[in-house]
Design a binder for this molecule. Structure first.
Ligand SMILES: [Mn+2]
Length: 232
C-alpha cells in the first residue's frame, strides 16, 4: 500500500520505488540476551524469523540499497560472540541481496564502527534522497527535505475483536512542522511496540499524534484512519 507518493509499505518495511531503496528499522538484535540478563527467558528465534520475513520482502522488491534506520543491535558493550554472529549474519544476508547497505545510527547503536569496518558498510547520522530525510528519530535533525521517515518509536495499536485483544504493529503518517512525517514500526518480532493510543510517546518528532493516520500491519496493510477516530 502506498503511504506517501512513491513510498510503499511492504510488510514492516518501506519501499521507495523510484530509487529502489528498502528501509527497515529497529531490529534490536540481541534483545533475548538482554532480557535473559534481567532474568526473563525468551526463545532464541529472532534472527531466523527476521531473515525469513526479510527474504519475502526482498523477493518482492529487489532493492539496490537497503537502509537500516537505527537500533540494529539492542545493547552493545560486553557483547557475546553469539550476538556478534547474529549481527554479521544479518548483514551478510543483506549484502547478498543488495548493492549497498547503509546503517543509520540509533540511540542503541553506540559502537557500530567495528561492524561497519569488518563488513565495509556505511554508518551515517542521516540519509537524504529526493525530497526525503531518513533518520532514526531519537533527536530531531534540521533538513530542507519535505518528508521525514523515522523509527525509534515502535508504534503499535491494540485492537479488540470479539473479545480477543491483540497488538499490531503500525505505521503512522502525519505532520512535523511543515513536513510530512512517516513513523516506521520495529522489525523485531519480540518487540511488539508502544500502544500509540495509550502510552507516552518517545520521539521529539511526535507531540500530538491525534491527526496522524494509522496503517496497521497484518496479513495485509490496513488504513485505520486517524488516531483521534480510533480513540473514540
Ligand atoms: Mn531507538
Amino acid at each position: 500500500m502506498e503511504i506517501s507518493q512513491e513510498i510503499e509499505i511492504v510488510d514492516l518495511a518501506l519501499w521507495i520505488k523510484k530509487e529502489q531503496i528498502l528501509i527497515i528499522g529497529d531490529l534490536h538484535l540481541g534483545y533475548e540476551e538482554y532480557m535473559q540478563k534481567k532474568g526473563i527467558f525468551l526463545p532464541k528465534f529472532q534472527i531466523q524469523e527476521i531473515t525469513k520475513r526479510l527474504q519475502k520482502i526482498i523477493q518482492k522488491t529487489k532493492p539496490q540499497i537497503i537502509i537500516i534506520n537505527g537500533d540494529l543491535k539492542h545493547e552493545f558493550g560486553k557483547v557475546l560472540s553469539q550476538e556478534w554472529e547474529d549481527v554479521l549474519q544479518l548483514i551478510d544476508f543483506l549484502t547478498k541481496n543488495s548493492k549497498e547497505i547503509i546503517l543509520i545510527k540509533g540511540n542503541h547503536d553506540k559502537i557500530l564502527g567495528p561492524i561497519a569496518l569488518k563488513r565495509n558498510i556505511k554508518v551515517l547520522e542521516k540519509y537524504e534522497v529526493d525530497n526525503i530525510l531518513i533518520v532514526h528519530g531519537d533527536k530531531t535533525i534540521p533538513t530542507t527535505k519535505k518528508r521525514v521517515v523515522i523509527g525509534h518509536e515502535h508504534p503499535a495499536i491494540v485492537l479488540k475483536d470479539h473479545g480477543k485483544v491483540e497488538k499490531f504493529k503500525c505505521f503512522l503518517k502525519g505532520k512535523y512542522k511543515q513536513k510530512e512525517l512517516i513513523v516506521m514500526p520495529s522489525f523485531n518480532p519480540l518487540l511488539e511496540g508502544t500502544d500509540i493510543l495509550k502510552e507516552k510517546l518517545l520521539s521529539p518528532y511526535l507531540k500530538d499524534v491525534s491527526k496522524f493516520q494509522v496503517f496497521v500491519v497484518g496479513e495485509e496493510i490496513f488504513n485505520f484512519g486517524t488516531v483521534r477516530e480510533l480513540r473514540q
